[in-house]
Design a protein around this ligand. Structure first.
Ligand code: SPV
Ligand code: MN
Length: 625
């Protein structure tokens, strides 16, 4: 036995050794041996997805103190450190071999130097701890979409979260061949406080080694930085999809009910904290996924699966009236992990929950009381804005029954939406696939939110809401999306939505939170040719009569024609300057943006200018016919 096997042998009892030995895959064995040698755990626990193993992870998450039980059975709370409350773009880097480069917009580091740094931080990081090994599948296990993943972590919270968020795959691993490829994730929470919170925030690193399909994460616990199968995997799967001719997208999937019992599937891309989960969760509709979707062309149809099987969702503003389905899951017994909320008397509280919050409790900064200030003198909120809940989709009564369909669902439409205060109307439909992808996806402008560490409210382009994760040249990613239509006989319709349009004069939002439901129903009708539309310079827009009827049917609300006019007025100057910004971005910051993109933008500009000549700067939808 050589030294490395010896280390593994020392850390494992016979049962765990047998679970490892039953897997014949070479990539797995190399990864595990290296992880053990590097991190030096005292023990290795291999989860085979049996009920006792899953229960062991749950109980260790509590025993270790990483999660604390709440009053409702099955509910726990986990806290991340004050400097670890969101995805950290700054310290998330691609390891790029010397002489190579990825997109200039990506945060890169020379591979050898980066490896040395991150492996240095991981060295011996699990001394005295247990390394948990989990086998999970992205996409329905065993389906044509499935990607096998292995996670090694010293966090019971991370291992527990993954059990809720992903499909178990130990049986698939037993069937793997020696040479089969995997995605591998190695995480250590690093040095912990007594409260079991990562303390060395300045040494937080998330390094992506695409040359080995391996991601390292250290000195962090926030799930977006640690749960390998979430955004760490997305960066690798975008590369895989590029090689294999399919698409990995930062999108939700939902079923929308239409007339006569019809159901139509929609996908949607929104930057973090811009209404993505709340769209996927619209009351009365069904949810397939809220974050990551895989698209494949099968028999000329676009078929999609949810890469995940659970939700790591923003809890702020989840309340009984706006989000009845989630609220119910969060208040009934069952497995739920709350993170970074306020706890008082073992009950969870968060901002916008629809109930008064207590004046004191425990939150991500420790003991909290009204008026508490941080070291800089800023008020500490009772719960963090990016506080979250983690649940399995199975816990939701609105889960779509096709979640685990190995062939996915057929997609009828795709929507893109960002925080755009000025330009885009609330909903519009692209003239065709290419026009829609370019005008709404590749032109997506938004304001930064609390889901990412850094300044809030800064305007930026976030191409298809996926820019943070695109590990191939951005232009190639756009091209892949545009070209994908060639594999399709009946492409889905592409829509642009904007929930954040404001009045140009008083700056007030022009729509109520639930209006998005009407837009989704309108899309459903359009997909089946059951609603007419008006041709605007930037896309097809709804007719007033259709929306008035839908507002009644869906929200029991009267929809005034003045509101329609205010919301759907084409704002020519704002649209023209948007095109200028988008074009500049693609010319200067995107290598290899396809010619078709510039053609579509030019066409859009021409249509706007022609309309401006005829109707002026602000064009009422009533004058479009
Ligand atoms: C997002 O921020 O886009 C999320 C949560 O879905 S995270 O896991 O942080 O990526
Ligand atoms: Mn996301």
């Amino acid at each position: 036995m050589n030294k490395k096997d010896d280390l593994l042998g020392k850390a494992c009892d016979a049962k765990n050794i047998a679970k490892i030995a039953a897997i014949k895959n070479r990539a797995f064995h190399l990864f595990l041996a290296d992880a053990v040698r590097l991190c030096a755990p005292e023990k290795v626990f291999v989860c085979d997805d049996s009920a006792p193993d899953a229960a062991f992870i749950r109980s260790e998450a509590r025993a270790s103190g990483e999660e604390k039980p709440l009053a409702v059975s099955g509910h726990t709370v986990h806290f991340d450190g004050p400097l670890d409350q969101g995805r950290d773009r700054e310290v998330t880097r691609y390891l790029v071999p010397r002489g190579e480069t990825l997109s200039a917009s990506l945060n890169q580091i020379e591979r050898e130097a980066g490896l040395q740094e991150v492996r240095g931080l991981l060295q011996g990081s699990m001394r005295g701890r247990t390394m948990i090994v989990r086998f999970l599948s992205l996409g329905p296990a065993g389906s044509p979409f499935a990607i096998n993943c292995v996670q090694c972590t010293d966090s019971w919270y991370v291992a527990h979260s993954e059990g809720l968020l992903y499909r178990p795959a130990y049986p698939q691993f037993l069937a793997l061949k020696e040479q089969d490829a995997l995605l591998c994730f190695l995480h250590s929470a690093g040095k912990l406080s007594e409260e079991m919170v990562s303390v060395e925030a300045d040494k937080k690193r998330i390094y992506i080694d695409h040359t080995r399909d391996l991601v390292y994460s250290v000195n962090t616990q926030y799930a977006g930085n640690t749960v390998g199968l979430k955004k760490l995997a997305l960066r690798l799967t975008i590369r895989k999809a590029d090689r294999e001719g399919w698409l990995a997208e930062h999108m939700f999937l939902m079923g929308v009910k239409g007339p006569k019992g019809r159901k139509t599937y929609l996908a949607g891309a929104f930057p973090s904290a811009c209404g993505k989960t709340s769209t996927a969760m619209l009351p009365g509709e069904t949810i397939l996924g809220d974050d990551i979707a895989y698209f494949r062309a099968i028999d000329g149809k676009l078929r999609a699966v949810n890469a995940e099987a659970g939700i790591f969702g923003i809890i702020q503003d989840v309340n009984p009236s706006g989000d009845p389905a989630i609220y119910k899951a969060l208040s009934t017994p069952g497995e739920v992990i709350f993170s970074n909320i306020l706890v008082k008397d073992r009950n969870p509280y968060w901002l916008g929950m629809g109930y008064p919050l207590p004046a004191e409790g425990v939150n991500f900064t420790g003991k909290w009381f009204q008026g508490k200030k941080d070291e800089k003198g800023n008020p500490v909120p009772p719960a963090h804005k990016n506080a979250r809940y983690t649940v399995s989709l199975q816990a939701l009564e609105n889960m779509d029954p096709e979640l685990n369909n190995a062939s996915g669902i057929e997609l009828g439409g795709i929507m893109y939406g960002g925080r755009d205060a000025k330009a885009y109307v609330p909903v519009q439909q692209g003239f065709d696939w290419v026009h829609g992808i370019v005008s709404y996806g590749a032109s997506l402008e938004t304001e930064t939110t609390f889901a990412i560490i850094g300044k809030e409210g800064v305007s930026e382009i976030n191409l298809m809401s996926i820019q943070d994760f695109v590990a191939i040249p951005l232009g190639k990613y756009v091209r892949n999306n545009l070209d994908f239509v060639r594999q399709l006989k009946t492409p889905p319709l592409v829509f642009g939505v904007n929930y954040f349009l404001r009045d140009l004069k008083d700056g007030k939002f022009l729509n109520a939170v639930r209006d998005k439901h009407v837009w989704a129903k309108w899309m459903e009708l359009r997909i089946h040719g059951d609603a007419e539309a008006l041709k605007s310079p930037t896309g097809w827009i709804p007719k007033y009569e259709d929306l008035a009827r839908l507002f009644q049917e869906v929200l029991k609300k009267d929809y005034a024609q003045e509101d329609y006019v205010r919301q759907f007025t084409v704002r020519v100057p704002e649209n023209l300057s948007k095109i200028d910004r988008v074009e500049k971005f693609h010319r200067e910051q995107v290598e290899g943006s396809p010619a078709a993109l510039f053609e579509v933008l030019a066409g859009q500009r021409e249509r706007l200018l022609a309309a401006q000549k005829r109707f002026g700067d602000y064009i009422s939808p009533l004058s479009l016919g």
